[in-house]
Design a protein around this ligand. Structure first.
Ligand SMILES: NC(=O)c1ccc[n+]([C@@H]2O[C@H](COP(=O)([O-])OP(=O)(O)OC[C@H]3O[C@@H](n4cnc5c(N)ncnc54)[C@H](OP(=O)(O)O)[C@@H]3O)[C@@H](O)[C@H]2O)c1
Length: 356
């Protein structure tokens, strides 16, 4: 096996772990060296769970015809081949939960993290050197794998120490999508109308809660997802996180257009796309008023479809790529859960690990 030359210059962005192609950054690289050591500027962790990005997990489950054993083997084969959980089809990853095994010598003076601390990574698995020894369990509904393995965080890597007051699995689910509620907080102004596509999923619910708070009593929040009968949809309606819930398939732009006149008579000032399937760009654009803003948090978003779609329907909208990171995003996401007990209960029921 090719491994990094320890005498090589260590890079804060982790380029010293790139095996191929030469010159790539870890995220764009095809293959990383995932050797389980902490070089001077790295943090080595024992990994307990992987939260696979929803768009990626859905694609893997479909490719494996819903068979759990095949899903395990599929994820293991990606990680073996690439040294990271970087789905070659969707291009997306996820994040891990684990315990610090070693902090590199050059970092020890600079960070408070110590061996034994439990953390969640806040950078994508698409750039995180990862080895999996064993997958012990798969949550087919929640997109999580419990594993024995190791991961490496670079000097530039972001992480959150797990909070004491929120169960680990729930914190992991929230932190995975932390960018969404934080960006909604930034984008939405009092009195605005907000549409959230994929409203009843993890990021969608947190986005609706933040939109409700920011838009205030004079504003309006509309949730859109395929069914109004899911636990998430019922939660949103029952607790007033949305004013209206529209059951529609966001891949069917004309269907969405037909469904929204009552819910969105003036169209949305801000639309948040939290869907985990491809082909929903045009629905998002059509829900948004001229000169409004569309925030594409979804990893299934196509730049081409969004750009040409907006042009094709003559919509002058600002479209924002869903940067997974914004300052303070982890704290905002976890606080959203603390501030909204019904959402907290929903997340615990949905993403907490049942005792076995
Ligand atoms: N930008 C970033 O940094 C970042 C980070 C993490 C995740 N993501 C991406 O964000 C998206 C959402 O992630 P998540 O974890 O919140 O996913 P999730 O919990 O699985 O939720 C997905 C949502 O999409 C809805 N949906 C599925 N098909 C739909 C359709 N045809 N029309 C309308 N809605 C549909 C689902 O509805 P049902 O529940 O009815 O199926 C659900 O509400 C994914 O694409 C994920 O990859 C982005």
């Amino acid at each position: 096996m090719t491994v990094v030359d320890p005498a090589a210059k260590l890079c804060r962005l982790g380029t010293h772990r790139v095996l191929e192609p030469a010159g790539a950054l870890p995220q764009t690289a095809w293959k990383l060296d995932a050797t389980a050591v902490a070089y001077a500027n790295e943090i080595l962790c024992d990994v307990e769970a992987l939260n696979v990005d929803s768009a990626s997990f859905r694609q893997i489950v479909e490719a494996c015809a819903g068979d759990e054993a095949r899903v395990r083997a599929h994820v293991q084969s990606i990680v073996r081949e690439r040294g990271k959980q970087h789905n070659p089809v969707t291009g997306s990853g996820g994040m891990f939960l684990g315990r610090v095994r070693a902090v590199g010598s050059a970092l020890r003076e600079r960070i408070a993290l110590r061996e034994g601390d439990r953390i969640a990574s806040l950078v994508s698995l698409t750039l995180t050197p990862l080895q999996i020894e064993e997958v012990t369990r798969v949550d087919m509904a929640g997109g999580r794998l419990w594993v024995r393995g190791t991961a490496v965080l670079f000097e530039s890597g972001l992480y959150a120490v797990l909070p004491d007051d929120i169960p680990d699995d729930v914190a992991l689910a929230v932190l995975d999508v932390a960018g969404a509620p934080a960006q909604v907080r930034r984008l939405v102004r009092p009195g605005q109308t907000v549409a959230v596509l994929g409203a009843d999923g993890k990021s969608g619910i947190l986005a609706c809660a933040q939109a409700r708070e920011r838009a205030g009593p004079g504003g309006r929040v509309v949730g859109i997802a395929p069914s109004a009968e899911t636990a998430g949809a019922r939660l949103l309606v029952k607790h007033g996180y949305v004013d209206t819930f529209v059951a529609a398939d966001a891949r069917e732009a004309l269907g969405v257009l037909a469904a929204i006149p009552d819910a969105l008579p003036q169209l949305a000032d801000v639309t948040i796309n939290c869907v985990n399937v491809p082909g929903t760009e045009l629905s998002s654009i059509l829900c948004t008023r001229d000169e409004g803003t569309v925030y594409f948090f979804s990893m299934s978003t196509s730049f081409t479809a969004a750009a040409l779609g907006a042009e094709g329907v003559g919509k002058d909208v600002t479209m924002i790529v869903g940067n997974g990171y914004s300052k303070g995003h982890a704290a905002i996401a976890l606080q959203t859960l603390r501030d909204h007990p019904p959402i907290r209960e929903h997340f615990i029921a949905r993403y907490g690990t049942p005792a076995r």
